[in-house]
Every structure is written in structure tokens, then in C-alpha cells.
Design a protein around this ligand. Structure first.
Ligand code: PHE
Length: 450
């Protein structure tokens, strides 16, 4: 074993890092597009309810396991029990989580590469360099591999600096910048013609859609992905938290900020789609549903920005910068999962472990890029649709059943002395034992069947 464990220096530092992890492409891209394809306001309402009734308790399970054991995903779970069979299951679950975190990063880096390439494209556009702009805009193996390596190198450079000087420092800088950019951009987009139509779709729920089965499963899956649950990210960040932090409150801030930014991103993206519609840009696909997926962000919105002249190009520049920042503060948390495992398992320096693992992940990204049609969609499905909910359920079961009630209470009481009298302690332990795993298993079964 090597190296002493890092620790966040303050609650603000933890909240920046954890919300940095949570707020990513899942919020700024996934949430608005899912909302658009699931009846607008109806999805928003169900999502918000599930984020607090289901994802927040699961987030607490991860944070508590992490802070209690002060270990990585693989080392943590076996420590919660004396039973050898459960220890083996815990270790296997941990290893699976590390693998899934690494695979998520391998496809996330590709999507981030597409988005990052739009930043120099916008600069070239503003400078009147059309050939350069179109090279950056159009996907090619060379462009995608170059930006993928650049994105992973930025991620590794931050992670290699450690918890306080790398992750905490950069998240604390980038998260406020992200918030300002979203607020500014939303204010601008909402003044453009057509925006109000989008706003109506976004905010007025169509209650006839609330009972639709795919709405519920999509909203739950989205809540798990968005809070970075299941793969040990929040567990590892929890292991760097100070014992004096009030866990239920700090976790609630993270869930609130994450949902708040997803909500804000919807206020930006959906009205922007309707502004595009006003400009004659197609926003419905062949089956009459709103365009979602890569085409929305990489075709519809850039076409809109271009049609607005110089100010549009500037809006585009800020928009893609914002997406790149959001992706970066999430990718560092993904890379931290295998890196902490390597640090606590082998004798290796942080910087060496980080660069080695990042290179391995780049190799997987290249494999995906070169076999895009066969691999890209499958890796996303296997990791986010199947593995994240299943792993989330396992972590809830471990926190609820393997971690002794007294230890749970003393962990929560460490930074919150009145814990025993609080509502959280009255509800949460049985919630995590029964309600969360059962609901997650229902999503899992539904996902497999559909
Ligand atoms: N929460 C991140 C997002 O919304 C994605 C993520 C998943 C991050 C799993 C870490 C671990 O984009």
C-alpha cells in the first residue's frame, strides 16, 4: 500500500467536487433531451420527486460507506461485514464498479471530444476561418482521437495532482464558472423569438403522460446517472470527507444543486430548440418526436448559433465551453475511482497510476472509435442502463444490511449530533434496506425487458 489518503479541505470543497461530478453531460444534455421526449413538464415533475425520494437516499448510502471505511470502492464493502461470503461479494461488487466507472469514462471522453472540438470551431468561425471551422465541426477519426486524448490528458493532469490540489481546486474554480455561464446564456436565449413556446412545453406538465411506464424508468435512470451513483464515485468522494461534516445536509445540498442545474439546463436547451424552429431549423425527427441525442447538440444548436450571426457564434462558443467544463469536472471523478483503487492496492505513485490508467482508458476509447457502430451504443447501455442501477442496489443493500445500525448512527451523528431525533434517521435506514433496492430492481427488470 502506498500514499496517505487525501481529504477535502472544507465543506465548500467537497460540495464543489461532488456537484462537479454530478453535474455533467447528464444534466446539460441528458436531462433536457429526455424531458423533450417525455412530455416536458410531466418528466420534470417525476424526475424531481424521484431524485429526492430515491437517488438522494442512495447517494447517502455511498457517502456513508465511503466516510465510514475511508477506502476505495473495492476495499470498502468487505470491511462492512465479518462474513467471508459477503466479503467476497463485496469485493466482486467493488471490482465491477471500478470497471464500469472506467468504461463510462471511455465513452464519456468521446462525447466530450465532440463537444470540445466545437470550441475551436466557434473561434475559427468568429475569425472568418471557414475551412478550419468546418474541420473542427465535422467528425473524423483524426479529430475525434485528438480531442479525446486532449480531454483525457486534462482529466489526468487534474487527478494526478491529488484530492486537494487537483480535484478540489479545479472543481471549486470551474463549478461557479459553469453556473455563471448557464445563467448568462439562459437569460440571452429566453429573450429570442420562439423561446416562450419552448418554455411552455418545459414547464406545463401534460398529466396524461405521467402514468406512461417509460417515463418512470427513464426518470429513475436519469436520476442515478446524474448523481453519479453506483460506480463508487460518491463513495470515494465520501471517503475524503471530514468527520465533522453534517452528512445528510451536505448530501442534500449536492442533490439540490444537481437537480437545480439540470432544471436550469432545461430552461436553456428546450427554449433554444424552439428558437431554432422559428428560424426554420428542423427540430422534429421523422417519427414526429423532438430531436434528441447527438444531433440536437451537434447539429440543431450549432445551426441555430450560426444563423444568429456574430452574437450567435459567441453564444455557441460559450455554450460549448460550458459543456466541456461540465464534462471535465465529471470525468475527474470517474478517473478517481480506478486511481484510488490502484493507490490503495499497489505500491505506485498517484501520478504514475493516473497516467497509466488514463492511457488504458484512452486505448478503450480508441477501440470504441474504430468500431463505433458495434461498440458505442452497447457500452453506454451496459454501463448506464444495466450496471449503474444494479450496482446502486448493491450499495444500498450493503449500507442497509451489512453496516451495523449502531455504526450507521454513529457515522451520521459524527457531524450532526442531533441525528437520532431527526427525520432522516427515522426514515432513511429502513428506506435503504427495503424501498431503494426494491425500486432499483424494478427499474433494472424493466430495463432488461424493454
Ligand atoms: N453525473 C455525471 C453526469 O451527469 C455522469 C457520471 C456518471 C459521473 C457516473 C460519474 C460517475 O454527466
Amino acid at each position: 500500500m502506498s500514499s496517505e489518503r487525501g481529504q477535502f479541505s472544507s465543506r465548500f470543497g467537497f460540495i464543489s467536487a461532488a456537484t462537479g461530478s454530478a453535474v455533467g453531460l447528464g444534466n446539460i444534455w441528458g436531462f433536457p433531451t429526455q424531458t423533450a421526449s417525455h412530455g416536458g413538464g410531466a418528466f420534470v415533475l417525476v424526475y424531481l420527486i424521484l431524485a429526492f425520494l430515491l437517488a438522494y437516499p442512495a447517494l447517502m448510502a455511498e457517502l456513508i460507506i465511503g466516510r465510514h471505511t475511508r477506502h476505495n470502492m473495492v476495499g470498502a464493502l468487505p470491511q462492512l461485514t465479518q462474513r467471508p461470503a459477503l466479503q467476497v461479494i463485496g469485493r466482486a461488487t467493488g471490482l465491477y464498479g471500478v470497471l464500469i466507472a472506467s468504461l463510462i469514462l471511455s465513452f464519456y471522453a468521446i462525447v466530450a471530444a465532440w463537444l470540445m472540438a466545437q470550441v475551436p470551431a466557434a473561434v475559427a468561425n468568429i475569425g472568418g476561418q471557414q475551412p478550419a471551422a468546418s474541420w473542427f465541426t465535422q467528425s473524423s477519426l483524426l479529430r475525434d482521437s485528438l480531442f479525446c486524448v486532449l480531454f483525457l490528458a486534462l482529466t489526468a493532469a487534474i487527478v494526478a495532482r491529488g484530492v486537494k490540489d487537483g480535484i478540489e481546486r479545479w472543481s471549486s474554480r470551474l463549478m461557479p464558472a459553469l453556473l455563471l455561464l448557464i445563467l448568462g446564456l439562459t437569460a440571452v436565449v429566453l429573450t429570442l423569438p420562439g423561446a416562450m413556446e419552448g418554455l411552455r412545453l418545459y414547464l406545463v406538465p401534460d398529466f396524461s403522460l405521467i402514468a406512461h411506464p417509460s417515463l418512470l424508468t427513464s426518470a429513475m435512470g436519469q436520476a442515478f446517472f446524474s448523481l453519479s451513483l453506483g460506480v463508487g464515485t460518491m463513495l470515494v468522494y465520501g471517503s475524503y470527507m471530514s468527520k465533522t461534516d453534517n452528512l445528510p445536509l451536505t448530501g442534500a445540498y449536492v442533490a439540490l444543486i444537481d437537480s437545480g442545474i439540470a432544471f436550469l439546463a432545461g430552461l436553456l436547451i428546450i427554449p433554444a430548440m424552439f428558437v431554432a424552429h422559428q428560424q426554420g431549423i428542423e427540430i422534429y425527427s421523422a417519427d414526429n418526436t423532438l430531436i434528441a441525442g447527438p444531433d440536437l447538440i451537434l447539429k440543431t444548436l450549432p445551426t441555430l448559433f450560426n444563423s444568429l450571426g456574430l452574437s450567435g457564434a459567441l453564444i455557441g462558443l460559450v455554450f460549448f465551453l460550458l459543456l466541456s467544463i461540465a464534462a471535465l469536472t465529471s470525468s475527474i471523478s470517474m478517473l478517481e475511482v480506478p486511481v484510488t483503487y490502484a493507490l490503495e492496492q499497489f505500491t505506485i505513485s498517484r501520478s504514475r497510476a493516473t497516467w497509466l490508467i488514463a492511457s488504458g482508458i484512452f486505448a478503450i476509447s480508441l477501440l470504441i472509435l474504430f468500431n463505433f457502430d458495434e461498440l458505442f451504443g452497447s457500452v453506454i447501455n451496459i454501463t448506464t442502463k444495466y450496471s449503474q442501477p444494479l450496482l446502486g442496489a448493491m450499495l444500498c443493500l450493503f449500507a442497509g444490511w451489512a453496516l451495523h445500525r449502531d455504526k450507521l448512527l454513529s457515522e451520521i451523528s459524527a457531524g450532526y449530533s442531533a441525528a437520532e431525533q431527526g427525520l432522516f434517521w427515522k426514515i432513511w435506514p429502513s428506506y435503504i434496506r427495503f424501498v431503494c433496492p426494491v425500486l432499483v430492481i424494478i427499474i433494472f427488470v424493466q430495463n432488461v425487458r424493454t
